[in-house]
Design a protein around this ligand. Sequence first.
Ligand code: FAD
Length: 484
Amino acid sequence: MTEKYGKLNENIINKLIGVVGDQWVSADPEDLYIYARDMTEAKPGNPEAIVMPNSTEEVRGVLEIANDEKIPVVPYIAAANIGGLTIPVHGGIMLDLKRMNKILKVDEVAKYAIVEPGVTFGHMKAYLATNHPDFIYSYAYSPPYTSIVANALLEGLTEFSVRWGAMGDWIVGLEVVLPTGEIVKIGSNTISDNWNMKYPLPDLTSLFIGWQGMTGVVTKCSVKIVPNPTVRNTITVSYRSLSAADKTLRRLVNGDLIHGESTFSTPTIKMMTGMKHPLPPAGLNEAMLTSIIILFSDTKEEDKLKQKRVKEITQEVAEEDGKKIDFVPMGKGDIMKLPQSLPAFMEFRGQIGEYKGAGMSWLGTYCPPNTWIDAYDKGWKVMEKHGFEPLVFSKMMDAGHFVVVRYLVPFNKAVPGESEKVRAMLQELLETATLPSGAIPYKCPAWASEKVLKAMDPNWVKVARRVRKALDPNEIMNPGRWNL
Ligand SMILES: Cc1cc2nc3c(=O)[nH]c(=O)nc-3n(C[C@H](O)[C@H](O)[C@H](O)COP(=O)(O)OP(=O)(O)OC[C@H]3O[C@@H](n4cnc5c(N)ncnc54)[C@H](O)[C@@H]3O)c2cc1C
């Protein structure tokens, strides 16, 4: 049987150097070490070279060589996806796009920014604050050095997703290099310099959103920006039951009252404020979970009315539920500065006995609003059973059309057997909490996609495979992802 993929050799490396220059190609084992792994429990891969292009033309040059030689290519920026998605399964080229880090245009009238893939959350936030203070982007909890394009292509969730949906919905135009070397513009940019809309055309952006780098390399991405509100306020609401959280949040989104919402289990809040594993048992009257809610208003009067209404709703739900709900106005500032840095997560189980070693994983899902409580509750119990604190994060998305339920698993890579324990727990979470609730993992790791595909309509799988093959006939783009 012939090997499906080619191997890098000196001749191919020299061709790659011809495209990007000598200093931007490395096959040095010390450089490859870091690209072979990420912070999760996933086993390391076997990259053969790192290539760092600086332009669309250079990306095209690299892909043409890779396609001719059937060498796998893994688009890569910070590898902080928490799904093992940049760990190469079949070797090949790590296409590190960090050098392509320009914000090319901000249009305040049509409210979009065109960015290259290496633009990070930290970069975007600082750039808008300095140059376009009347506009904001929606930031994730991910570290400031992570890519906003990767986050949007992965359909991520951010501060204002309760109002404006997952980040795939924020993409309004693309420039993509196909593995076969064509450079394609997608959206209104295909007929003018306006990168403001993907409609009313057939939506070809979806050929690249959610595909984990399997269909092409995005070299420019236009994302929506939104007006910085005149008045912004933060409130925390703490509940003593999941049903109280569900009722409150549904009423808030149905009343169109809030722009931001993130809900953390109390153990998660303890971790984020610096407490370490093992956490003490919960107090008698301690809240179970807390929402950080953000209100946007045009005037102070509107803000006051919104705050009053949110408070009324929490009181009504508390009466109905028979359990106290805490309502605490936090004022104008961000109580949590996004994007976040990593230490709290990485240090939570970073020192166990003599073992020092940070790791971070999760099972993150998008769940029907009808079943999210069930998924949350079952997941909580699975985590406790496996000896991990129930660090659970949830978020209403797109005005309550779906809900994030994410089980966070900081762990210690140095403790013998802990990575295996994490793997076993994540599998059980998927099988007993997630799939039975109709929840679908996002940034889906390969081990999980194998199980998800089995549960899906086989015709979906057939169509997805056909689409992938049509765009990437030699299947060189990040092979092994989604098991497609
Ligand atoms: C502590 C922590 C908190 C986080 N919180 C959140 C959160 O709140 N919300 C959220 O959504 N995510 C979150 N994340 C996940 C992740 O950091 C983000 O989604 C992030 O933006 C991914 O960026 P990256 O630079 O690490 O991408 P990478 O991991 O390098 O790439 C991600 C995927 O996109 C592909 N890819 C990258 N660039 C391109 C391109 N140009 N063209 C085609 N494919 C490409 C890669 O092949 C890979 O499959 C968090 C991560 C951590 C560590």
